[in-house]
Design a protein. Sequence first.
Length: 256
Amino acid sequence: MEFESFFPVLALIVGLCLGSFYNVCIHRYVTGQSIVLPGSHCPGCGHILSWWENIPLISYVLLLGRCRSCRQGISPVYPVVESLSGILALFLALKFGFGLEWLAYMLFFGLLIVASFIDLKIYILPDIITLPGALLAFGASFILPVFWLDALLGALLGAGLFWSLQWAYRTFKKVEGLGTGDIKLMLMLGALVGWQGLPIQIFAAALTGLAASLIYMKKTPGGGMQTPIPFGPFLALGAVIYILAGENIWTWYLGG
């Protein structure tokens, strides 16, 4: 079997394994722990996980979603993150094949997964991800299909738009409509998609964010309107949609 044919399967496996690491990063950032020490363990009883308890997805199924030692339930976020990471790695492999583009987008998708789930948990987009991510995204424009000037304009226009929205909310509605973390995230995302990708990225983010809000409000009658929903994960999703399908979307929209 040629490597090109086998690579999507390999990418899926790599993505699943990286998803396990992303789970560690998410949980330990939220709880203020080091991502290095201690080793993988149950957050409930401290049980140190054996190798077979660390296999992405498979271990969750074998353990029936519970710690082998204390029987405490394992958060379903773990298999969700692993699955998401694996699927995105597969899609990137199918679109770009193996090469610098695949490696670069794998890095950025990993950063977006970690940042998004942290935002969902504690309403924070960590500067340690968004700011270095913005610099890396601009640097990566020299190997990705985004011209460096388009990446720079995308970062400035994307962040500038969301800064303007934040200012308008603060000035006219006296509320914090958008967090500063969203502005910093748009520096990174704007550089990744370029200024040409901003319309699709922002529209996709708004559409998916609205859909999620409506579903949440329907499932939590009376309390849904008072619960803030972070926008960062949807901004990230919009960028992922553009990177994976932006060309097809533009072709469809223009009637080509």
